[in-house]
Design a protein around this ligand. Structure first.
Ligand code: ADP
Ligand code: ASP
Ligand code: MG
Length: 411
């Protein structure tokens, strides 16, 4: 008998019919004798609807109150799923994050899980019930409701699996596994049987929203066996694995990630003196803006240009800060661009192969796509390009690195 944590995402619980389908699926696992903890997201579109409501009151709603509100989405689905299970004869009980006591820090809208009390869940399992837990939400030391950031139900699932020492955490979604790139953008994307934690972590942090990055971090840290599967189609899905053993035979690149969430800022004609980077990025970070890529040009005529990217939501506050810095430093000008995208190739195979970056640049050059910024790490190369070329770039790279599914395969 195994203990399995199953997480179902928004589209998988998007209607009452789907919730009933999920209940039927859970029932099948129960009948095999497994203990099941189910984590659910809000019905698809619900979290966005709630955020939009809040924004009708204020462009920047108070984060504590926003959490009180957006956490209701998941509270609805846990109750509906528990009801559906009970209706088909499966004893079940629902729990909110605070009822379990998923303890988080107090960083509203992006809280981190600190500790999970698994006692109550264990008791319920022992009593033969399926436990349905609300994803995405927790509670801080003072009893305030918190949420874990968009896509956070994945993290609830993995964290619960770690706390309960579950045999597997299964993430059920609307695709049948992790693909070489988003199958909704590249029709020839292929499902991967396996991907290493390290690669999945890069893919998630570089924009592949199939798993929330913190979920992958948790799974790696606590060695939680993690699998991504389709909610309503049978299949092996994708196993996220520690083992890199086959990487020598695998393609150099495992996947292509992309993200449209960034914006670029440049400060031109900054006097080239020691401490310039600190003078620019110090106030940016003091304004709580996270910086991603950074490029400083080689100085000429004793001045330099400095470019960096931030999350698009932070663009306006970063621009304001930067304009202040430009005045203080006597810089020539500040320019910004929100119509950019970041495309990244990821693969542990890069460690043992040279020339990967130039192959990437060649593929982009062939399509006449201008590269604005570049950053590399041991297992990834990222470039910033004009947003309108994003899909073309991803498709070109997918072909160049021989990731395309053979004709007739893929979605
Ligand atoms: P859920 O609501 O179940 O959490 P998400 O929308 O968060 O589902 O994640 C699933 C989606 O992730 C897919 O529909 C797909 O469009 C997208 N996606 C992005 N990159 C990938 C990838 N490499 N492999 C599979 N899906 C991906
Ligand atoms: N409902 C939340 C969201 O839409 C959490 C999740 O679905 O994982 O981001
Ligand atoms: Mg998700």
């Amino acid at each position: 008998m195994a203990l399995i944590v199953q997480k179902f995402g928004g589209t998988s619980v998007g209607s009452v019919e789907r919730i009933e389908q999920v209940a039927a699926k859970v029932k099948k696992f129960r009948e095999k004798g497994d203990d099941i903890v189910v984590v659910v997201s809000a019905m698809s579109g619900e979290t966005n609807r709630l955020i939009d409501l809040a924004k009708q009151i204020s462009e920047q709603p108070v984060a504590r109150e926003l959490d009180v509100m957006v956490s209701t989405g998941e509270q609805v689905t846990i109750a509906l799923l528990a009801m559906s299970l009970i209706k088909i004869g499966v004893p079940a009980v629902s729990y909110t994050g605070s009822q379990v006591r998923i303890l988080t820090d107090s960083a509203h809208t992006k809280a981190r899980i600190l500790q999970i009390d698994s006692q109550q869940i264990q008791k319920e399992l022992k009593a033969g019930r399926v436990v349905v837990v609300a994803g995405f939400q927790g509670v801080d030391e003072s009893g305030n409701i918190t949420t874990l950031g968009r896509g956070g139900s994945d993290t609830t699932g993995v964290a619960l699996a770690a706390a309960l020492k579950a045999d597997e955490c299964q993430i059920y979604t609307d695709v049948d596994g992790v693909y070489t790139t988003d199958p909704r953008v590249v029709a020839k994307a292929q499902r991967l049987d396996k991907i290493t934690f390290e690669e999945m972590l890069e893919m998630a942090s570089l924009g592949s929203k199939v798993l929330q990055i913190r979920a992958v971090e948790f799974a790696g840290k606590y060695s939680v066996p993690l699998r991504v599967l389709h909610s309503f189609q049978e299949g092996p899905g994708t196993l996220i694995t520690l083992d890199e053993e086959e990487s020598m035979e695998q393609p150099i690149i495992s996947g292509i990630a992309f993200n449209r969430d960034e914006a670029k800022l440049t400060i031109r004609g900054v006097p080239d003196t020691p401490g310039v980077a600190f003078k620019i990025l110090g106030p940016i970070s003091a304004a709580n803006v996270e910086v991603d890529m950074i490029v400083q040009n080689v100085a000429h005529d004793n001045t330099t240009d400095f470019t960096f990217t931030v999350h698009r939501n932070d663009y306006h506050s970063a621009l304001q800060v930067l304009e202040g810095i430009a005045r203080d430093m006597g810089a020539r000008e500040v320019v910004g661009d929100t119509e950019i995208a970041k495309v990244s190739i990821v693969g542990v195979g890069m460690r043992s192969h040279a020339g990967v970056a130039s192959r990437m640049f060649e593929a982009l050059a062939k399509e006449n796509i201008n590269i604005q910024m570049i950053s590399t790490s041991e297992i990834k190369v990222s470039v910033v390009i004009e947003e309108k070329y994003l899909e073309l770039a991803v498709r070109a790279l997918h072909t160049a690195f021989e990731l395309d599914a053979p004709a007739g395969k893929g979605e």
